[in-house]
Write a protein that binds this ligand. Sequence first.
Ligand SMILES: *Cc1c(COP(=O)(O)O)cnc(C)c1O
Length: 450
Amino acid sequence: MSYSTPSDFLDYDRDHIWHPYTSMTDPLPVYLVESAHGVRIKLADGRELIDGMSSWWAAIHGYNHPVLNAAIEQQIQSMSHIMFGGFTHKPAVTLAKKLVDMTSESLQHVFFADSGSVAVEVAIKMAIQYWYAQGKKDKQKLLTVRHGYHGDTLGGMSVCDPVNGMHTMFQGVLPQHYFAPAPECYTDDSGNTSSSSSGNTSGNTSGNTSGNISSNIGAVEKLLQTHQSSIAAVIIEPLVQGAGGMRFYCRQYLQALRKLCDEYDVLLILDEIATGFARTGSLFAYEQADIEPDILCVGKALTGGYMTLAAVMTSRKVVAGISADGSGVLMHGPTFMANPLACQVANASIDLLLNSPWKTTVQSIEAQLKKELTACKELACVEAVRVKGAIGVVELKNPVDLKSIQAEFVQQGVWIRPFNKLVYIMPPYIIAAEELTKLTSSIFSVLSRK
Ligand SMILES: *Cc1c(COP(=O)(O)O)cnc(C)c1O
């Protein structure tokens, strides 16, 4: 069979290839992409879309960036890959130093993983090994909150929201962990917290804020009190819960959580795979709570969306704990660990970010999203609008029909991929004001017809 027209490719794709979270027998339609430059995605049929998704948080500098292209092209000239067992290389060491330098003081050690989900697996193993090596062999469970998302591998899934993570289907194989209610406090523009469960920015006047935070964190404390001897770590996405519901919560919750972890002798794993690299307005979201994690996972935007790479970082304390029984061997080692192409494009992406005025860039995206998405609050189908950093979320009262709404957005010339009740955007930071307006006005116009 020879492929000449776009529909040849699309036909074969439909019959043979799984896409994320789709059925093989009743697939959702997909669009054939020809190329992507900056914030524009070009389809094979000639249409052009403005990107609102950054390819799921990753392409922060846009597509086909000359500096990132050059980094990969240069690295190919020396080597594309070399095993990390017994070897090291400059791209990996350089990247480790950049990550150590840009994260909190205590995080001094780096494990390179090949995807976000694998990073979460490694973080969980680190926490369990930490206690095991110190003779606390019962500490093998995790504590997390509802509406979380930590990846699709079995270990990651086991700490995803039990309902939208579809735990029932995999009950026999998933480890059972402890779940506290999702955090329910939201920081508004003025830095005040409100207690709306949906994080609705409209009509919330302070009120019983602290009571709400404390009752929520109280549930965590109760679980820690009861199960302290079997809990190795708490794992959570700081300030923004991503794929588990696009929910935001306040820094006071994180601060209280850090205190509880210290008090009850459990480690704190922060999953910044979505929030890392300035998405929420600080390089890492945890900085806004002025706390430090014991273990940190980063991924997604690490390579600027070019290649799959993630990293797990931890402290001297955790490293010492893992080595306490004399072995200190961390039981993990993926084939493509620290791939040099991925490390080198990550180095270039981090330099681009740090040498850019990222803080004001994200602030101005945030201000524009707040201003322009507010209009959606008046629409009958809309439950809430919320914005944090370069993330804009419109939560609907009912789940969308993905097939039809996706086509409507494409018709508008934008790439926005809703899930469930959530229409949300997290555009590349390089997006121009007019392009961002095109995204927000398309959301308004599509939703106004619902
Ligand atoms: C995407 C994501 C993951 C999983 O990363 P993959 O690279 O898709 O395996 C884990 N945690 C969070 C918070 C994420 O957003």
